[in-house]
Write a protein that binds this ligand. Sequence first.
Ligand SMILES: Cc1ncc(COP(=O)(O)O)c(C=O)c1O
Length: 379
Amino acid sequence: MKKRIFIPGPVELAAEVLAAQAQPMMGHRTPDFNAILEECWDGLRYVYQTKNDVAIITGSGTAAMDAAVSSVISAGDEVVCIGGGKFGERFPKIVSAFGGKPIDVPVEWGKAVDPSEVESAVAGSSAVAITMTHNETSTGVLHDAKAIARIARENNMLFIMDAVTSVGGEDVKTDEWGVDICITGSQKCLAAPPGLGFAAVNNRAWDVIENNSGKRGFYLDLASYRKSLKKSTTPFTPAVSLIYGLRAALSIIRDEGLENRINRHRLLAEATREAVLAMNLELFADPDYASNTVTAIKIPAGLTDDDVRGRLNSDFGILLAGGQESVKGRIFRIGHMAAVDAVDLLGLLSALEIVLAKAGHDFTRGAGVTAAQSRLADL
Ligand SMILES: Cc1ncc(COP(=O)(O)O)c(C=O)c1O
């Protein structure tokens, strides 16, 4: 059976990306490889909407989160950490691991952060930074990055943002909003293979990082990435094959055009949400803050995760993501990011209807697909 993945990363890769990774190895300290890296940096600046440096780290997105926190904070530093899901809640763990003191701003899963709560947390603290996950993959919520960046700027703090499932799919205005360190990963909306993490860093953050350099960590000390960037290289042996794949993936994004790509993601997300409601299912995330790259859906009463995800997998070879931690078994998630197109989504929704009908869910068969069709006619 043909396998199809609709998870929020890793995503399916284009044939050009797969083929690129099979190219012969080359010397990583050569002008030819430096030129490939330069192409990658150009492409990354394009998707990040930044003029600043972007560190390319061998490691997944969490390595870039680790690099950002450890390069910025000193032991004892307070950091305001916005929660609301598995990934937002990962930051305080990293802060603690490096001897910092997280000040949690708890957010109910499925809801977006209220900026006034961040303002209150900041006001009573001597925090040096604010952390947030822009697009919370575990809940399907897109938080208001601009508002949080403004709070950080007004209070002379750095804003470290995890944009792992937003860069390349959502509109991420790194420079315009003033995100000081913006993190992403290769295997999500960029549609590259897993294994690379990225951190776009502005001058405000570089000043702090340079000052802290050598105090904590070594491999993920961002200061060494900056030093190498100036010489068009990386501090340590890069994952050459992954860089080949990344270059091909970024070139596909250029060909599509960032604005078109963001628009495609928005339409697919709207079609998904409208289809889900038409299938008499409930969305998990606050609709005013719904993600355009992943949609979380409540498993209806009387049905189990196995009735939905299990049957989609066994009957159609379709893999969706389940709920994580406190919502495990209560929600399922559709990743409609990267190369997913209208035909992919219509096929998935159609299969979902079959599975729901077989499980005895009460809805009008065809209603979801019809709702999606009307929305996708705009693509
Ligand atoms: C929003 C977000 N942040 C961070 C991560 C962690 O990335 P990785 O698994 O690449 O370390 C993920 C992974 O799913 C994510 O979705």
